[in-house]
Structures are given as C-alpha cells and as structure tokens.
Design a protein around this ligand. Structure first.
Ligand code: SF4
Ligand code: SF4
Length: 256
C-alpha cells in the first residue's frame, strides 16, 4: 500500500487522449511508477505525485502523446521562504530524509573550489618548466617574530615560536561530527594526510579511529566543550580555540 502524500505534485503529466493509443510503453518505462493502467476504465493514468520530471516517458511514447510540465504552484510571497525552500522542507518533513542532488548544489551558489586560481605572478623568477624547476607552495602557520637576528656566521639567533608546515596553502575548514558523518570526517582526515595539509574536527569531538591522523588534525575547543578531554587535545597538531562562529544564521547554533 502506498502512503498518501500531502505534498503537491511537482510536475503535471499531460496525456493527449487523441494521440494516446494505450500501448503502455510509458507504464513500462517509468522507473517511478507514475503511469499505470486502470483495468476498469481500460485507460492509462498517472500518479503525478511520483513524477520527477525526467522525461523518459516522453522520449519513449511512440505517438508523442505526453507532455510533462512544472506544476505552477503559488506560495505566499516571502523573500526568505521562497517556494523552493518551502517545498524542500515539506519533502524532508514527509520523507524524514535528506534531499540529495548530483553535481554539487542545485541552488545558484558559486562553487568556489572550481574558481580557485593560484596566481604565481608575484613570484620572483617563476619556473618556466615546473617539472625541472619545481615550485613549492608550502606554508608555515605560527606566530611571526617582530624581527629576526642573525649571528656573525649568518645563523638565525631569534628563537621562533612553534611553526606548523603544510604543503599547500589550503586547509579544510571545521566541520564537526554531527554536522557531518564519521565517514565524511574520515575522508577529510585521509585527504588531509595525503595532501600534507590539515583537517579540523569542529567542536564535536574526535572519534578514536581518527586519532591516527593526529599529525594532520586541528582539534577545536569551543564553549560547548563537546568531546574535549586530554586524549582529544593530545591527538592533534593544532588546538583551535573557537571564540565565535560565522557559518550559521541566527546566533551561533540557535537557528531562526
Ligand atoms: S506511451 Fe504514449 S501512447 Fe503509449 S500509453 Fe503512454 S501516453 Fe499513451
Ligand atoms: S517524466 Fe520521468 S518520472 Fe515523470 S512520468 Fe515520465 S518517466 Fe516517469
């Protein structure tokens, strides 16, 4: 038995009765169980609720009897609660699941990763052939001294504050366990260790299976102190003390 959905259909399935020859090709081709044959009325009908707008049935219909259209739903206008936001929340509430999309976000956000440009124009004597003259992007994190002093032999006399060297000037920003899953954290930790950079636990603690990546881990200590203990602090390259957070709307973790 299919549970009744209270969501309005996202698409309207139009079947031209003058063209449809009741061949049931659409019934067999739709993976979402939209088209069905009504035995009593001897006619093909549609559960529009299930349609995802893939247009497979349109392509296979031998008589071009089908048109799939967006359902032009009008919600009360609100700058924040746009129709797509309302629909996404309704879908999540009804299904209890996360809405997933392929190829990144389906919203019009810039994918910054695809727009990163490492510009070497300021580098003195940039290498012409990077295979024979490799350039390094390694970066040192740590306090800079106000001035440096050398002895008569040219050896550095100034005692430097501890420095952490990473191989590339790119680090993963903090994403806590809970905000992301353990598998995501594992992927970040592995990637950071293979790329010679750092990942960041956020404030959700550190799973014991990730302690092996300590050399590439930043552990975060925030006001909630979630998962903070001696083990946590010792299994890290850097301890980050979080004073404030700009990644969420509202006031910190309190969403509007
Ligand atoms: S495939 Fe086209 S012609 Fe065949 S039943 Fe479906 S709508 Fe009708
Ligand atoms: S558009 Fe795709 S999901 Fe919708 S009825 Fe046709 S085949 Fe099924």
């Amino acid at each position: 038995m299919t549970m009744k959905s209270y969501l309005p259909p996202g698409f309207i399935v139009e079947r031209d009765p003058n063209r449809c020859v009741q061949c049931k090709v659409c019934v067999n081709q739709c993976s979402f169980g939209v088209h069905y044959y009504d035995e009593d009325e001897k006619v093909v009908k549609a559960h529009e609720q299930n349609c995802v707008g893939c247009h497979r049935c349109v392509a296979f219909c031998p008589t071009n009897a089908l048109t799939i259209r967006h359902n032009p739903l009008e919600y009360r206008a609100n700058v924040n609660w746009r129709p797509e936001v309302v629909e996404d929340i309704l879908k999540q509430a009804e299904s209890g699941g996360m809405l997933l999309t392929g190829m990144g976000s389906d919203k019009g956000h810039t994918i910054y990763w695809d727009h990163l440009l490492l510009n070497a124009s300021q580098v003195t004597n940039p290498s012409i052939d990077p295979l024979r003259e490799p350039m390094e992007l390694s970066t040192f994190l740590g306090r800079k001294p106000d001035r440096v002093e050398f002895d008569s032999a040219g050896k550095l006399k100034t005692v430097l504050a501890p420095q952490v060297r990473i191989e590339t000037p790119i680090m993963f920003s903090a994403m806590s366990y809970g905000a992301v899953s353990l598998n995501v954290q594992k992927s970040l930790a592995r990637a950071a260790s293979e790329l010679g950079t750092l990942w960041n636990t956020g404030e959700g603690g550190l799973h014991p299976s990730l302690q092996r990546y300590a050399a590439n881990t930043i552990v975060q200590v925030a006001s909630g102190r979630f998962g903070v203990d001696a083990d946590y602090l010792h299994n890290a390259r850097i301890v980050e003390i979080k004073i404030g957070q700009g990644a969420k709307p509202g006031i910190g973790g309190h969403l509007p």
